[in-house]
Design a protein. Structure first.
Ligand SMILES: O=C(O)[C@H](O)[C@H](O)COP(=O)(O)O
Ligand SMILES: [Mg+2]
Length: 306
C-alpha cells in the first residue's frame, strides 16, 4: 500500500469534510520539546471552528493531564483536560479499573511526576519514582534494601533521572513472578527541542534484560489507550483520524483502532536533522510494513484551509 501524499487545498478540504474526530499525537506533531511546530495552533483553531472534536493522545508519561494543560496554555494552544490522554493516565486507569489493584497494594514506580500524579488521582499507592532517597548515584547495596511486601506492580515510564539504584530496586520486585510488570510506553526515542533523546523504551530495556520478562505496554499502539478514550468520548472510528509522527506507535495505534491515519514528518531535530520517521520508511524498497493512509510534511500544511 502506498500512502496518499497530501499537498493541495482540495486534498486537505477532503480530509476536513471526511473526519469529525481528530486525534493528535503531541511530541513530534504539535511540538518538539517546548518548540511549537509552525502552524499547529492555527490548524487546531480551524478544526475547532469547523466543530471538529480534537483529542490529544500522547505516550509521554512525564506529565499528568493538568500539567499538560499548563503546557498547552503556555504555548497558546487551546486544550481542555478531558481532551488530553497520556500514557501515565492510561496506566493509572488500567491499574485501578482493569487490574482493580486492592487498596493495601502498591506500585513501585520508575518514572517521573506524571506517573505519580496520575496514580494518586486514581487513589493508587506508590513508592519509588521521584522519592529523594532514590535520586542517588551512590552504589546500590542489597544489604541496605528491604522489599516492601505490599508492592504488586512495577510501572516504568520515561525517567530522565534514571540510575542504577532505581533499576536495582525495581529488579528486586520483578524477580517475584506474582509482581506485574507494566510500562507506560515503549518508544525507543524522544524528539526534544535539541534533538532525539533515548525514549521510555530505552529506560525500561535494562529491566527487561535483567528480569528476562516482557512487560505489558499500556500506551500507543496498545488498545488500552483507545479504551481510555472510549470511556470518556463518543466517536465513530470511521470518521476519526489519528495524526502522528511515529509508525510503530501512532500509525499502528490508529490502524489497530480502525481509525484513519495521517503521518507527519516533523518529529525531528532542527540541529541534527535526525528524524523519527523518514520518507524512505513509508515509500520504496525498505518501507515499513506499517503504512499510513495519508502523509504530509507537517500539520501546519493544513493552514491553507483558513
Ligand atoms: O519516550 C517517550 O516517552 C516518547 O518518545 C514520547 O513520549 C512520545 O510522545 P508522543 O509522541 O506520543 O506525544
Ligand atoms: Mg510523537
Amino acid at each position: 500500500m502506498t500512502p496518499t501524499r497530501l499537498s493541495t487545498k482540495e486534498d486537505y478540504k477532503t480530509l476536513l469534510d471526511k473526519y469529525d474526530t481528530w486525534m493528535f499525537d503531541c511530541d513530534g506533531v504539535l511540538w518538539n520539546g517546548d518548540r511549537l511546530v509552525d502552524g499547529a495552533v492555527k490548524v487546531l483553531e480551524i478544526l475547532r471552528t469547523h466543530k471538529k472534536s480534537v483529542l490529544f493522545v500522547t505516550n509521554n508519561a512525564t506529565k499528568a493531564r493538568p500539567s499538560y494543560k499548563k503546557k498547552f496554555d503556555k504555548l497558546g494552544v487551546e486544550a481542555h483536560v478531558d481532551e488530553i490522554f497520556g500514557s501515565a493516565y492510561a496506566a493509572a486507569v488500567y491499574i485501578s479499573s482493569v487490574m482493580k489493584l486492592p487498596k493495601d497494594k502498591k506500585v513501585y514506580v520508575v518514572g517521573m511526576e506524571g506517573v505519580e500524579q496520575e496514580l494518586a488521582a486514581e487513589g493508587i499507592s506508590y513508592i519509588g519514582g521521584t522519592d529523594p532517597a532514590d535520586q542517588t548515584l551512590n552504589s546500590f547495596s542489597l544489604s541496605s534494601f528491604t522489599r516492601d511486601p505490599a508492592v504488586s506492580v512495577v510501572l516504568c515510564g520515561l525517567d530522565t533521572a534514571i540510575n542504577y539504584t532505581k533499576l536495582a530496586k525495581a529488579f528486586q520486585y520483578l524477580q517475584d513472578p506474582s509482581v506485574t510488570f507494566l510500562v507506560t510506553n515503549d518508544d525507543s526515542t524522544y524528539p526534544s527541542e535539541g534533538g532525539l533523546l533515548p525514549g521510555a523504551g530505552a529506560v525500561s530495556a535494562p529491566l527487561k534484560t535483567a528480569s528476562g520478562r516482557e512487560p505489558l505496554s499500556i500506551g500507543k499502539p496498545a488498545s488500552t489507550m483507545l479504551d481510555c478514550i472510549k470511556a470518556k468520548h463518543d466517536f465513530d472510528p470511521k470518521r476519526t483520524i489519528m495524526v502522528g509522527d511515529r509508525l510503530n506507535t501512532d500509525i499502528l495505534f490508529g490502524q489497530n483502532g480502525g481509525l484513519s491515519t495521517l503521518l507527519v514528518l516533523t518529529g525531528e531535530s532542527i540541529q541534527t536533522r535526525a528524524r523519527i520517521t523518514h520518507v524512505e520508511d513509508i515509500e520504496g524498497p525498505n518501507a515499513s510494513s506499517i503504512i499510513p493512509e495519508y502523509v504530509t510534511n507537517s500539520i501546519g500544511d493544513l493552514r491553507v484551509l483558513a
